[in-house]
Structure formats: structure tokens, C-alpha cells
Design a binder for this molecule. Structure first.
Ligand code: DX5
Ligand code: ZN
Length: 228
């Protein structure tokens, strides 16, 4: 499959996070989100250690891949030891893996990024709200995507933190046309415009998409992309 993140044109991509989907009806929820215009799925992985919550693992990723073979799966590893999960998620059909700058030194992050790329996936680096942008700047050229968190990770449905937009404004001018800037946390119809204006072109939304009734989701997705 061609990689959605490194292939221009650079339209804003809308990435519903399945964390707020109905877990008892995950296949239907995902199929419906694609019909409603989703570009890809954001897949939040939490280990109960890096963040105070537990979510999903490689088995659900494998099921999603089998259920929707054409899906692009963007795995967000909110875990203390991402190296442990790279191979299981790639074997389970993930297209992209993002891990956090907070969990390892820069040289180890570069090596892990190379390991992901060597297996044909793209790789992202995420930065939490309290972490200074300087922690990520030197690493920007080594990643396909930078994910700026706009909530403290762990749960969907939290309030957007506008102060993190200063980070995206710093990072955006450093990016090549093949790199992407993703924002995750509290993004919805009311906050998305400033997110796009600050240079983000991958828009993650859990509660804004899956927290509204299905008939409204296509319109929310168009709004997130800036089409209405
Ligand atoms: C938060 C996760 C997010 C979350 C976003 O820790 O990384 O992807 O699902 O949820 P909303 O869009 O509801 O803030
Ligand atoms: Zn996420």
C-alpha cells in the first residue's frame, strides 16, 4: 500500500481515533467512518505506565487490518518501551507507528525510527504538552511525521490546550513536503480551524467524530478537513 503520509498532495487528512468508537461494534464503526470520509484510523495504544490508562494491542490491529484491508492504520504508541511493540504492530498490519520523545534519548529514537522504516512503514515522533519543543527539534528531519499532543495523553474527551500551537508554528517551517504535522487531543469543529492555521495537516479526533450520532459524522469530518 502506498503510504498516505509521505505521498503528496498535502491535503489535511482526517484521522478518527477509534478510542471513542463503540468497542462492541468496532468493525461497523470503522466501516461507517470510512464511508463518512475518514482518510485513516488513529489507533491509540496505552500501557498503563507512560499514561494512566490501558487500551488496545496488536490483536485488535490485526482484526482491523483483516476486516478493512484498505485501511491506513496510524498507531500512536503511548508506552514507555515502544521498541518492544514495533514488530508486533508491524506484523499486525500497522502502516505507521508514532512513539514519544519523552521515553528515550535522541540517538535511540533515531535508531528505532530506522528500524520502523526498514520494515516499510512510516514513523512519527510525538511530544506531550509539558515537554519543551526543543526536545524534538533536532529529531524532526529523522521522522515522517511529528505529532504535537494538545492534551495530556491518556483519555479522549479532554479540553484542547491552545498553547501547544506555538510548537506547531515552530516545527511547520522545518518540514519537507513529504513530512506531516499531526495534532491530537481536544480537536473538534470549534478548535480545528486554528489547528489547521498553525500548520497541522493530520487532524486526529476521537470524541468529535465517534461521540456524535452516525448521521452527523460525515459533516463533522468535512468540517475537520476545512470543507464546510
Ligand atoms: C489521547 C489520545 C488521543 C485521543 C483523542 O491520549 O492520544 O488520540 O483519542 O481524543 P479526543 O479527540 O476526544 O480528544
Ligand atoms: Zn492519539
Amino acid at each position: 500500500m502506498k503510504n498516505l503520509f509521505t505521498n503528496p498532495p498535502r491535503l489535511p487528512l482526517v484521522a478518527p481515533s477509534i478510542l471513542s468508537a463503540d468497542f462492541m461494534h468496532m468493525g461497523d464503526e470503522c466501516r461507517h467512518a470510512l464511508e463518512a470520509g475518514a482518510d485513516l484510523f488513529h489507533f491509540d495504544v496505552m500501557d498503563g505506565h507512560f499514561v494512566p490508562n490501558l487500551t488496545m494491542g496488536p490483536d485488535l490491529c490485526r482484526c482491523l487490518r483483516a476486516e478493512i484491508p484498505a485501511a491506513f492504520i496510524d498507531v500512536h504508541l503511548m508506552v514507555t518501551d515502544p521498541a518492544k511493540f514495533v514488530d508486533p504492530f508491524l506484523a499486525a498490519g500497522a502502516n505507521h507507528l508514532t512513539f514519544h520523545v519523552e521515553v528515550m534519548p535522541a540517538d535511540a529514537a533515531r535508531r528505532l525510527a530506522e528500524r520502523v522504516r526498514a520494515q516499510g512503514a512510516t514513523v512519527g515522533l510525538a511530544i506531550n504538552p509539558p515537554t519543551p519543543v526543543e526536545a524534538a527539534l533536532d529529531l524532526v528531519p529523522d521522522f515522517d511525521l511529528i505529532l504535537v499532543m494538545s492534551v495530556n495523553p491518556g483519555f479522549s474527551g479532554q479540553r484542547f490546550m491552545p498553547e501547544v500551537l506555538d510548537k506547531t508554528r515552530r516545527i511547520q517551517p522545518m518540514l519537507k513536503p513529504t513530512q506531516r504535522l499531526e495534532m491530537d487531543g481536544g480537536v473538534g469543529p470549534r478548535t480545528v480551524e486554528e489547528v489547521r492555521r498553525a500548520g497541522c495537516d493530520v487532524i486526529v479526533a476521537a470524541s468529535a467524530v465517534f461521540g456524535v450520532p452516525r448521521p452527523q459524522r460525515a459533516s463533522v469530518i468535512r468540517t475537520l478537513r476545512g470543507e464546510e
